[in-house]
Structure formats: structure tokens, C-alpha cells
Design a protein around this ligand. Structure first.
Ligand SMILES: Nc1ncnc2c1ncn2[C@@H]1O[C@H](COP(=O)(O)OP(=O)(O)OP(=O)(O)O)[C@@H](O)[C@H]1O
Ligand SMILES: O=C(O)[C@H](O)CO
Length: 506
């Protein structure tokens, strides 16, 4: 099998493991007839009387379909808010298992066109709020949460209007606010976010099953943490608004809510009726890919599930890692070039501040790999692209193109480049199957990409200047290097795979 086939199969394996149905079926069970119990990853929750289900997020339709299959007659009623058009597009894609059955007890509300809160999403949020408010101590509320949940559960604190809140979050996003910052502001201005839903559902038992799309899986940031104790206060929100120069331009309604917000977050003990359980994450997907890579004969290592930062800097990190591995294959592990690469890598890692990454330790593990097995490095997270051009692309395709360029430059500058002795493949893809506003999930690249593209009259650097990675990959070799999976129905950020093996000598 080619490296490309291996990479594709690892990507599919990683995504497969965080698909809603297998994920739910692994984690959730209903047990006992007389006094039924919900078992979630081994934790038992008695179903005393009624069992309700609510959910919001891009992957929630499939999660709800699987949950309903498991809960069967025990389920009293449910409401889920999912992206506009998702039922039709899953139907068209033949993903029947992600759809609810005809006589489902779960009401589906579609909304949040283009991932922005709208009147439909608000309607769904109100329905969920009413359901939660009416619960008693004998009820159990199962909450399904995935990325995109913030836009799908808008409930601005009166007198803030939906349009005012939407405008503010849009302005924050366009000024470069990170998802953590965005969601801290959203939480402060919302009835249901920041633990609001869990508080309304009290005294019912609340069990939230979460598919994480945020680096580090922070419960109070994913979908703005509607069932998680918030560790943030109104001061944090004010600081963010100040940082993005928005404090002096706020609508009156927002000012009013901010000035009457409690200065301290709700005490964690008020969440004793709540269990938040992460079911799927980038880490889980990478672990599955690592397991499968070992099965394919690779020495496989996971770099991190929290790679973030400007796409160009992240591309440089991967290029340098690739070169270091190639030095190992060329038995040049020690020496000036190797020391230089190590130094550069440590500096880059410090600059990118990847949470939990001990690069020294990772490089030690790399050094320990023998030359006899091909190497697979896996990573995940989400890069950022500062859009400067008007082209069409996504962060994964842009990353792959930048890695291709970096490897080309390294080869061109080093006369005895160790890369020449290795076969190298890089893949970056979005686990939701859609990279930016394109029909591809990501792209593959190898060191020959730039030179081969030139033969077709395609100038990689010009495409990059225009953020036009999708157009490039669509044209280059008939689109062969695009990763096209279609919508996967799940989302745990992006995944990168680097595969390297010694070149076979002819
Ligand atoms: N022409 C482009 N080239 C590179 N990146 C782009 C381009 N246009 C948009 N993007 C990037 O695509 C991202 C938006 O796409 P997408 O919907 O896949 O991500 P998202 O909204 O973060 O959703 P999710 O987290 O669910 O994948 C943004 O990060 C944006 O910077
Ligand atoms: O919905 C959201 O807030 C983002 O997808 C992060 O979870």
C-alpha cells in the first residue's frame, strides 16, 4: 500500500471512532427493567420517572438517533437544535443511521444558518428552556452537546436582543477573538450558557454527553458550557471587551446586563445534580489512528491533540520534524544539522505554547525509534489562517500546501538534504469532512509538490498569497491530492498525519 493509502485509512479510522453512533453505543447503556439505570462509561444514573433528552450542535442529530435507539421506550420526549439543512444533506449522503426514525419522540429544530444564531435557533432554545424549567427531582435530563452548540442555543438575557448579541459576537470574531474569549462573553450574556441550562433543570439529574471541538476539552467552553460550572466572571468578560476595543460601543441592553451580572461565578456545589462526560475528542481520534498505524507496521507517536497557532508557523514545525526524522533514517541523528533542527523546534514549540506538549520528551521518543520501521507522527488541533487574499481554501488545505512549500525549500537549500532518502507524506484534514467553505476535508502533500506543480504552470506561492489552496489542489494533478470524504456527521477539530519511510533502493 502507498503512504497515501495508509494516511487515508488512518484518517478514516480516526474519524470513525468519534462518529456519533459507535461513540454513543460504546458509552451509553440502559440496564434493568423494574428500576432502569442509565450507564454512562460505567457510571450509573437511576431513571426514577421520566427520561428527557435535549441537544444542540453540529453532530447532535446522529448522537440523538443513536441515543434514542439505546433508550427505546424509556425516553419520554426530546428536543434537539441542529444546523439548518442537516437532515436533508445526511439523507442525500445516504447516512441513514444519523437520522431519527419516522416516529421518533425527539423534536428536531433546524437553525443557525452559517453557524450564526437566528430566530429558528432561538425558538429551539426557548423550547429547551421550557422543558428544563418543568423538570422535577424524579426526572433525568440527558443533554447531548457538540461543537456549534453556542450558535444553536441562543438565549440572550433580557433586554438584550438576539441581533445585538449576534452583532457583538461577530465583531469579536472578526477582531480575532479566540473561541475561549468568544464563549466567555457569550456565557455572560446568556440565560442557558455558562451553566444556565443545568441550573434551570435543577432538581432533575442532568447527564451531559459531550463531543469536544475545543483544544484541551474545557467543559465550560465547549458550546459555551450550558451544563458546566463556569470558572469565569463578569470581570473576565469586561477584560475581553476591553481587549478588543468594544467596551465603549456596547448597546444599552448589554451594558445593563453587564452591570447587574453577579461578580462571582455560581458556586460549584450548585452543580451536584450534574455530570458532564466527554465522549469524543481529538485525543480519542488520534489514539485510534495511532493504534491502526502500529497495526500497519509503523512506529507511531502522537505529538499533541492541541496544536494551534498561525498556520505558517505550524507548517514550519511539521517541516522541521519531518527533516529530523529523515536525519534518523539517514543515520545522521547526531550532528550540527540535527542540533540546529532540535533548537529550532524547541523555540517554535515555546512560541506556539501548545498546551501539555513536552517537545523534549517527544524528541527523545523519536530518537529512540529504530531505523527499521517506518515512522508515523500524528497530531491534531486547529490552526488559524489570517485571511489576506480572496481565494477559496481552508486551514487544512492551506497547511498542507505550506508544508509542501517548506519541504521543497528545505530540499532546495540543503545539497545533501536527508529528505532525499525518505518517502514522505503529509495529510491534514478536518474531522467534520469540510475544510472552510469548500467541498474538501483537507489535502495531502509530499516534497515533490512544488516542482510538479510548476510543471503544470501552477505557482504555489502565488496561490498561498491569495489564500487559494482549494483552487490549487483542485487544479493540481486533476485534484488527486484533495482529501474528499463528504460530511462525516462528527467534529473533533483537525487531524494531521506524517508518514515517513526509507526510500527503497533500486
Ligand atoms: N480561503 C481560505 N483559506 C484558508 N482558510 C480559510 C479560507 N476561508 C476560510 N478559511 C478558514 O476556515 C475556517 C472556517 O471554516 P470551517 O467552517 O471549516 O471552520 P469552523 O467554523 O472553525 O468549523 P469547525 O470548527 O466546525 O470545523 C476559518 O478558520 C477560516 O479562517
Ligand atoms: O459552539 C461552540 O461554541 C464552538 O463550536 C466550540 O464548542
Amino acid at each position: 500500500m502507498s503512504l497515501r493509502e495508509h494516511a487515508l485509512s488512518l484518517f478514516r479510522g480516526a474519524v470513525g471512532t468519534v462518529r456519533p453512533a459507535p461513540m454513543l453505543k460504546r458509552a451509553l447503556k440502559l440496564q434493568g427493567d423494574g428500576c432502569p439505570q442509565l450507564l454512562v462509561k460505567g457510571q450509573a444514573f437511576p431513571v426514577k420517572k421520566n427520561l428527557y433528552l435535549v441537544g444542540f450542535g453540529k453532530a447532535v442529530l446522529g448522537m440523538a438517533a443513536a441515543a434514542e435507539e439505546i433508550l427505546g421506550e424509556q425516553l419520554t420526549r426530546g428536543i434537539i437544535n441542529v444546523p439548518l439543512g442537516i437532515q436533508e444533506s445526511l439523507q442525500r449522503a445516504g447516512m441513514q443511521e444519523m437520522l431519527l426514525k419516522p416516529h421518533s419522540k425527539i423534536q428536531v429544530i433546524e437553525g443557525a444558518k452559517n453557524n450564526l444564531p437566528d430566530a429558528e435557533a432561538l425558538k429551539g432554545a426557548v423550547a429547551i428552556q421550557e422543558l428544563a424549567q418543568g423538570l422535577t427531582a424524579d426526572d433525568l435530563l440527558l443533554v447531548l452537546i457538540s461543537g456549534g452548540g453556542s450558535a444553536l442555543l441562543p438565549a440572550p438575557i433580557p433586554p438584550i436582543l438576539l441581533e445585538e448579541k449576534e452583532k457583538l459576537t461577530k465583531m469579536l470574531a472578526s477582531r480575532g477573538a479566540a473561541i475561549q474569549e468568544l464563549n466567555i462573553v457569550r456565557k455572560t450574556l446568556s440565560v442557558l450558557k455558562g451553566g444556565g441550562l443545568a441550573q434551570l433543570a435543577h432538581p432533575a439529574q442532568v447527564v451531559s454527553l459531550i463531543l469536544s471541538d475545543v483544544i484541551g476539552d474545557p467543559l465550560d467552553i465547549i458550546a459555551s458550557g450550558p451544563t458546566a460550572a463556569s470558572s469565569h466572571s463578569v470581570q473576565d468578560c469586561l477584560q475581553i471587551l476591553t481587549k478588543y476595543n468594544l467596551l465603549h460601543n456596547l448597546p444599552k441592553s448589554v451594558e445593563m446586563v453587564l452591570s447587574s451580572s453577579p461578580t462571582k461565578p455560581t458556586a460549584p456545589q450548585s452543580y451536584s445534580h450534574v455530570s458532564n462526560i466527554i465522549l469524543g475528542s481529538n485525543t480519542l481520534a488520534l489514539e485510534e489512528a495511532r493504534r491502526q498505524a502500529e497495526g500497519l507496521g509503523y512506529a507511531a507517536l502522537v505529538l499533541s491533540a492541541a496544536v494551534h497557532g498561525e498556520v505558517g508557523r505550524v507548517a514550519t514545525l511539521y517541516c522541521q520534524l519531518i527533516q529530523l526524522v529523515c536525519l534518523g533514517f539517514a543515520s545522521l541523528r547526531e550532528g550540527a544539522l540535527s542540533d540546529k533542527l532540535r533548537g529550532n523546534l524547541l523555540q517554535l514549540a515555546a512560541e506556539l505554547q501548545i498546551p501539555g506538549l513536552d517537545l523534549d520528551e517527544f524528541l527523545e521518543a523519536l530518537r529512540g525509534l529504530g531505523p527499521d520501521r517506518p515512522v508515523c507522527i500524528l497530531a491534531g488541533g486547529e490552526t488559524t489562517v489570517q485571511l489576506q487574499g480572496t481565494g477559496k481554501g481552508g486551514r487544512n488545505q492551506e497547511l498542507a500546501l505550506r508544508v509542501g512549500l517548506g519541504l521543497h525549500k528545505a530540499q532546495a537549500t540543503g545539497a545533501s538534504s536527508p529528505q532525499g532518502r525518505c518517502e514522505i507524506l503529509f495529510l491534514s484534514g478536518g474531522t467534520d469532512g469540510q475544510d472552510g467553505p469548500t467541498e474538501a476535508a483537507g489535502a495531502f502533500c509530499s516534497p515533490g509538490l512544488v516542482a510538479e506543480a510548476l510543471q503544470e504552470g501552477l505557482d504555489v506561492e502565488a496561490f498561498l498569497r491569495n489564500n487559494d489552496s482549494y483552487t490549487f489542489f483542485s487544479q493540481f494533478q486533476g485534484g488527486r491530492h484533495l482529501l474528499v470524504t463528504g460530511l462525516t456527521g462528527t467534529n473533533v477539530m483537525d487531524i494531521q498525519a506524517i508518514l515517513i519511510r526509507a526510500m527503497e533502493r533500486s
